[in-house]
Design a protein around this ligand. Structure first.
Ligand code: GTP
Ligand code: MG
Length: 399
């Protein structure tokens, strides 16, 4: 043993200082590479969640990320936020990130409901501690004007106002409306982690069913789920191709199931999938045959019927449509085209009188951007105007 050590030491000596230095360098280089590689493996690759943010919005988002224990990195003076690639889609879908900012000059508090850039409406609310709250009568009158301007019918406006009357007088109009919406409507977002039944997207022609199906499929796929996606819309020209264009990009097979039997034959495949989505052809909500054939399709697949309802339609029409779909078993709806809509009486009426819960909202036609969540507070913030409550609401709605 002793002789081995001596031979080794002698061999090292024979190498001379120059060779030893080179060998040392190589070993250090190798160690450095190993450390770099190990760090790379343990650090997920980051990608931009949001860029060009206001500092205050960035602070709100950072707070949200920290509370959820999500690693992040800030760039460009904190105005760009990067998060792990595999969390981006979910975070964007969840993005009702609320930031608040005090305006020193008028003591008001600006709340940003960041559903997405397009409808990132800053809502002015009174800072309760510093300013006198609106008295109940003024608040009632203000909200009455707001709801009427959004096209909510008189009887529903009256119902909402009665619920508002139950809310603490100190609450500002948006929060009061949020509380009333919470009393009259239900909100149940789609969550593939708990979703057992396949989702069958139904609705009037052009409502946004196919885009919603593609958004849901993309979301599930990005979350690493095994997705089953089918369409029963096989008769309309381009019905299959439209969805196929998305499923190809997502590297999924699109199943075509023209009738009840074809869909029933898919039951095993559906059960084996983590997420199952079925797109359907547009129907007339007031045509009994159309509606019964949808009910039969949903029954064959054991699916949950999800209504896709475009925002912006006449309020009573929207409520009637929602009710018609609730009669064939729909319990939730996705509201599409919220980005194209300024008067929200339609979706409010459907939520309040349609006997159907709001699942999610779609605020752009881009499949990769997915669906967003909405809740009573963010809906109320979209409804209540963001500037001087003294200004007649009709004037603003007409702009
Ligand atoms: N701006 C905007 N456009 C949307 C949204 N959702 C859907 N669209 C657009 O609305 C149009 C109709 O969407 P589809 O998904 O094809 O509607 P559909 O209900 O499947 O239509 P049919 O199958 O013909 O009944 C398309 O041009 C979509 O890009 C949205 O949230 N915002
Ligand atoms: Mg379609």
């Amino acid at each position: 043993m002793g002789t081995h050590v001596e031979t080794f030491v002698q061999a090292i000596r024979n190498l001379g200082p120059m060779r030893l230095a080179i060998m040392g360098g190589v070993i250090l280089g190798l160690l450095g590479f190993l450390v770099f590689f190990a760090t790379k493996l343990s650090t997920p690759s980051l990608t931009t969640l949001y860029g060009e943010l206001e500092q205050s919005d960035a602070a709100g988002i950072v707070q949200e990320l920290e509370s959820r224990n999500i690693p992040y990195e800030l760039k460009h003076n904190g105005t760009q936020i990067l998060v792990p690639q595999d969390r981006v889609m979910q975070l964007r879908l969840d993005a009702i990130i609320v930031s608040t900012e005090m305006d020193e000059t008028d003591g008001l508090c600006w709340v940003t409901a960041a559903i997405e850039d397009d409808i990132d409406i800053p809502v002015e609310v009174e800072e309760q501690a510093d300013t006198a709250p609106m008295d109940a009568a003024t608040r009632r009158d203000f909200l009455s004007q707001v709801l009427t301007a959004h096209g909510l019918p008189a009887h529903l406006t009256e119902k909402v106002l009665r619920d508002c009357d139950l809310v603490d007088e100190a609450s500002d109009p948006a929060m009061t409306l949020a509380a009333a919406i919470d009393m009259g409507a239900a909100f149940k977002p789609i969550d593939f982690d708990v979703q057992q039944r396949p989702l069958m997207l139904v609705g009037p022609p052009g409502a946004g069913k196919t885009i919603t199906a593609a958004k849901l499929a993309a979301h599930a796929r990005f979350a690493g789920k095994q997705v089953f996606i089918a369409t029963t819309d096989t008769k309309r020209a381009g019905g299959i191709e439209q969805l196929q264009a998305f499923t190809k990009i997502l590297e999924m097979d699109l199943v075509t199931a023209p009738d009840v039997d074809a869909l029933a034959a898919c039951k095993e495949t559906i059960q084996a999938a983590d997420a199952a989505i079925i797109d359907t052809a547009g129907v007339n909500p007031f045509d009994d045959d159309d509606m019964q054939s949808l009910r039969a399709l949903a029954g064959a697949a054991g699916a949950e019927i999800i209504l896709v309802l475009a925002a912006g339609a006449d309020a009573m029409e929207s409520a009637d449509t929602a009710r018609a779909f609730s009669e064939i078993g729909a319990e939730r709806m996705v509201i599409s085209r919220l980005d194209m809509t300024r008067r929200l009486g339609g979706i409010l009426a459907a939520a309040l009188a349609g006997r159907i819960a709001v699942a999610n909202v779609s605020i752009n036609p881009q499949v990769a951007d997915g669906l967003s969540r909405i809740n009573p507070v963010s809906l109320a913030q979209l409804i209540v105007p963001d500037d001087d409550p003294e200004e007649p609401i009709q004037k603003k709605a007409a702009q």
